[in-house]
Design a protein around this ligand. Structure first.
Ligand code: ADP
Length: 277
């Protein structure tokens, strides 16, 4: 692929995994089991209750999960199952009721507000359905903004590799209005990655893209995991999108009810129809 450049973070054999959804044949060729290695984020008996009394809602009801560094996880489940709440608690955006969250080695419930702000700034990146780029800034300025806000100098080498990996090298001086939807979302991915966060949280990242552009974006996300060792946690409703992940978690009523390794779209659809039945 034209946008595939050799980068550090490849597997020990120097192989780059094909940026395609999992299939039975691709699965048979995998040797490294998902779920081993150093966790980048973990929850222990995580509970989140909104409100009190009769309006009380238990959004997370004892979630125990461990996300491996350098892996791509899809979170799925019916509307109201707790996907957003889990993502917000992991990212330090939302306080939880009980349990523990460990992100990049730090226990979030033990941090002050100031320390939590630093976790959100330095350890996590976000990609939203609606891109959220600043219209008056060029692609390059948008990508570098998080570093500028943190008063940090960009690493030119990493910036070059990142933007090449995302196929953006020729688009850096363009403003968002001069870019396609897919290009804008790739700028948003680069902006999320420029601080080299422990985890990128992607909330329906292909939701505003047509199917072809969405597929291309998922290829790029897969390459960021394979070539740059980025950890990604993506909330999605789309089984085809989940098939790009190493693992799909299915949530129902605030609990993880299925955990599928190297999912195919069929696996995910079958699991979703079981919980939606
Ligand atoms: P999902 O992302 O899977 O659609 P959410 O995490 O948004 O699920 O919601 C889980 C449950 O928590 C739902 O019942 C929802 O109505 C409830 N909930 C979410 N946010 C709030 C809130 N701010 N106040 C009260 N209830 C909420």
């Amino acid at each position: 692929m034209a946008h595939s450049v050799p980068l550090e973070g490849q597997d020990p054999q120097g192989n780059t995994r094909r940026a395609v959804p999992h299939s039975e044949s691709a699965r048979a060729g995998q040797s490294q089991p998902v779920g081993q290695g150093e966790p980048v984020a973990q929850t222990f008996d995580l509970v989140k209750v909104y409100g009190s009394g009769r309006t009380q809602v238990t959004a997370l009801n004892g979630v125990n999960v461990s996300f491996q560094r350098g892996s791509f996880t899809a979170i799925m489940g019916p509307s109201g199952s707790g996907k957003s709440t889990l993502m917000h608690c992991l990212a330090g955006l939302d306080k939880f009721t009980s349990g523990r969250v460990v992100m990049g080695g730090q226990e979030l419930n033990k941090l002050s507000e100031k320390q939590l702000t630093l976790v959100r700034r330095d350890r996590v990146g976000f990609v939203f359905q609606s891109f959220n780029l600043l219209p008056t800034l060029t692609a390059k300025q948008n990508i570098l903004l998080p570093l500028e806000l943190a008063g940090k100098k960009p690493d030119k080498d990493f910036f070059g590799k990142l933007t090449a990996s995302l196929g953006l090298s020729e688009r850096l001086d363009h403003r968002p209005s001069e870019l396609s939807g897919g290009q804008q979302q790739r700028v948003a991915v680069a902006r999320a990655m420029i601080t080299r966060p422990d985890v990128i949280f992607a909330d329906e990242p292909t939701g505003a893209l047509d199917s072809k552009t969405g597929t291309a974006l998922l290829d790029y996300l897969r390459e960021c995991v394979d070539n740059l060792g980025q950890s990604i946690i993506m909330v999605t409703h789309d089984a085809k999108a989940a098939a790009y992940a190493d693992r799909a978690l299915i949530l129902l009523d605030g609990q993880i009810v299925d955990d599928i390794t190297r999912p195919t779209a069929d696996d995910v659809n079958a699991a979703l129809s079981r919980v939606e039945a």
